[in-house]
Design a protein around this ligand. Structure first.
Ligand SMILES: Nc1ncnc2c1ncn2[C@@H]1O[C@H](COP(=O)(O)OP(=O)(O)OP(=O)(O)O)[C@@H](O)[C@H]1O
Ligand SMILES: [Mg+2]
Length: 414
């Protein structure tokens, strides 16, 4: 069992107190003793002198008596000097003893503080590391019993946190696996429902209006569900670290044209203007084209769905420091400031503009973010409510040499 700080302090105090008391007692005793000796010697000297004076008065050996008187007077002077020196020496001795005792006490306290400091510093350091996510942060248990108890409690807490974290990780993995399997298993039958509904729609004229309407509803819903399952699959794969990309050096402009073409019919039907402008000297980017197209279509779908009829949507691409920036902007309702920081979170749906009327799941931007980050890029948004939103996707330039065709001119489509 380690000695406790309280015990060490108690022992330290007792030793200090005993030393100081002993010094004081010894000092005072010595002082009294010296004083006593002095007074005895002085008394004896006066007695001898008195005897000599008596002899002198009686006229017996007057010369010897005078010498004795003088000798005693000298002796008393000598005794006087001696007692002063002795008193000073005793005082000095006691003072030195007291100073030594106090210095010892000071050393004891600073030693105790130093022995507390190291484990406490270690504890603060480990707590900092634990807070930063280092689950293996532990302290050496030892030293004073108080710091040892504190260290043991900290280690126990860290063990508990680690146990909980690994349990959470295990549950997360189980959830990812479940979502992965469930969406995968559900997607196949749903894709065939969608396929059959599409087939039926091809022979629409053979169906009664009621039947055609029903098939259309089936088709709409199965498309929606397939898209939702695809989104869930992507996110579950991303969580499980299984969402991978196969990047190839790619030109950005044709990719944008492709995404714009995909959205053209829908925006035209809503009377929205969809324009595109790509700068001539764009570098190649290392991307998986289908995945970046998916991101662009997500952004364009949002712009189309959340902007009113007649809105204008614009896609631009420009070179930046180390790559290309693609911006999808609209002059729609914009995004309220308090929703901006959560807009890329899963299942986050705003309440601006047409959001409530449009059926969505709130996964589009979360997937887009995962995909862009998987490419080593970034995605961000700027928006002014009432004036529109701009989503910016930055992709790193390819390490392969070359740029897009310099003869390609900025294109503007409507
Ligand atoms: N261009 C935009 N203008 C205004 N609001 C937008 C825009 N883009 C996104 N939002 C807001 O951000 C929210 C999240 O978008 P996100 O694409 O992640 O999900 P969703 O469109 O609701 O569902 P889905 O998973 O079907 O895409 C939307 O619900 C909408 O409120
Ligand atoms: Mg969306």
């Amino acid at each position: 069992m380690s000695p406790s700080l309280a015990n060490r302090l108690r022992i330290g105090f007792a030793i200090g107190f005993a030393v100081l008391t002993a010094m004081a007692v010894i000092g005072v005793a010595r002082f009294i003793q010296q004083r006593q000796d002095f007074e005895d010697s002085i008394a004896r000297s006066y007695q001898v002198e008195m005897a000599a004076r008596v002899r002198l008065a009686q006229g017996r050996h007057p010369a010897a008596a005078r010498t004795a008187i003088e000798a005693q007077q000298n002796r008393r002077r000598q005794l006087q000097d001696n007692i002063s020196t002795d008193t000073r020496n005793t005082a000095l001795l006691v003072a030195a003893g007291l100073i030594a005792g106090l210095t010892g006490a000071l050393l004891l306290f600073s030693g105790l503080i130093a022995s507390m400091r190291r484990p406490l510093e270690e504890l603060v350091d480990a707590a900092g590391r634990l807070a930063e996510g280092d689950r293996s942060a532990r302290v050496k248990v030892g030293g004073l019993s108080e710091t040892a108890t504190l260290g043991a409690a900290f280690n126990e807490m860290a063990d508990e946190l680690e146990r909980e974290a690994s349990q959470r990780d295990r549950l997360d993995r189980m959830k990812d696996e479940f979502v992965l399997t469930a969406s995968h298993e559900l997607r196949s039958p749903l894709t065939s429902v969608q396929g059959f509904a599409e087939l039926l729609m091809l022979e629409r004229e053979k169906l009664s209006p009621k039947q055609a309407e029903t098939v259309e509803i089936i088709l709409d819903n199965s498309r929606h569900l397939v898209r939702l399952l695809n989104d869930l699959l992507d996110l579950a794969r991303s969580d499980a670290g299984r969402l991978t990309i196969k990047p190839v050096p790619t030109e950005v402009a044709p990719l944008i044209e492709d995404a714009v073409r995909t959205m053209r019919a829908q925006t035209e039907a809503a009377g929205q203007t969809l324009s595109q402008e790509t700068q001539a000297d764009l570098p190649l980017v290392d991307i998986e084209p289908d995945r970046v197209r998916q991101v662009l279509v997500n952004l364009l779908t949002n712009a189309h769905e959340y902007c009113p009829e007649g809105a204008s949507i614009r896609v631009t691409a420009a070179p930046i420091d180390a790559g290309v920036e693609i911006a999808v902007s609209d002059d729609g309702p914009g995004i309220p400031e308090d929703q901006m920081e959560h807009i890329f979170d899963r299942f986050t749906r705003g309440d601006a503009g047409l959001t409530q009327r449009v059926g969505g799941t709130g996964l589009g931007l979360a997937i887009s973010k995962s995909l862009v980050e998987l490419h080593g890029g970034t995605i961000g948004v700027a928006s002014t409510p009432g004036e529109g939103s701009t989503f910016r996707v930055r992709l790193p330039a390819s390490t392969a040499r070359g740029t897009t065709d310099p003869n390609r001119q900025a294109t503007e489509a409507h």
